[in-house]
Design a protein around this ligand. Structure first.
Ligand SMILES: *[C@@H]1O[C@H](CO)[C@@H](O)[C@H](O)[C@H]1NC(C)=O
Length: 215
């Protein structure tokens, strides 16, 4: 993959981000992925605040493959993740293989008017990966801007009840903060085809992006 050209810039930006984040143990130290990422690459963040209820993380800009799915039913989610995986396997312009051994996998639920929900699944790719364009037009490359994510970690099991009670506790704990009220994300860090058996489960609620606060 031809990523050589953009690498010096990325390195510079990452170094800058590291230097600017006050919460790192050693200024300028390279990003140390958290243990729950295992040997897989995962997105760079710094912890801004921690309480019993949640952790406030400041993420760098991140890139993802994303596709919409019908619902949060296991079958629908699995179909979605299979589509993302097939892009890694070469189902893309140029037929490039892409390393898919990265975390996390996201399930994002956007709650609309009435009870309608739209659901998408996403897969993280590190900044040095030059993501190819998927041939499957239902899969898109997504860039999430740098920003604050409030994260609640909880153990197994993952099911409707544990997700909804942990989500509501998280939202309660964030009362008064500028959060996205209609969207939440489940983040999984486990074997791609085993994400429902993971022991480290996260619910993410995003802070409203800076440039949207005034709208
Ligand atoms: C969160 O999830 C855990 C386990 O998955 C569950 O035991 C707990 O009751 C849930 N709710 C809260 C508010 O912690």
């Amino acid at each position: 993959m031809e990523t050589g050209k953009s690498r010096p810039l990325l390195c510079a930006l990452l170094t800058l981000a590291t230097l600017l984040s006050g919460t790192r143990g050693t200024p300028g130290a390279p990003w140390e992925p958290p243990a729950f990422c295992g040997d897989y690459k995962c997105p760079d963040y710094s912890v801004q605040y921690t309480s019993d209820d949640y952790e406030e993380r400041k993420y760098v800009e991140t890139q993802w493959l994303t596709t919409g799915v019908q619902s949060v039913q296991v079958d629908d989610l699995t179909d979605g993740f299979k589509k993302l995986k097939s892009v890694c396997d070469g189902n893309n312009e140029g037929v490039h293989k892409v390393n898919c051994k990265t975390w996390p996998a996201l399930i994002t639920v956007t709650q609309g008017e009435s009870d309608a929900e739209s659901v998408s699944v996403s897969w993280f790719f590190p900044p040095e990966v030059d993501l190819p364009t998927p041939l499957d037009t239902s899969v898109s490359k997504e860039v999430r801007p740098a920003g604050i994510v409030y994260v609640r970690t909880f153990p197994d099991p993952v099911n409707k009840d544990t997700v909804s009670s942990n989500l509501s506790l998280l939202r309660k704990a964030l009362a008064g903060k500028p959060i996205e009220h209609h969207r939440y994300t489940g983040a999984g860090y486990n074997n791609p085809w085993d994400i429902f058996k993971t022991h480290h489960n996260e619910i993410w609620v995003n802070a409203v992006p800076q440039d949207q606060k005034s709208k």
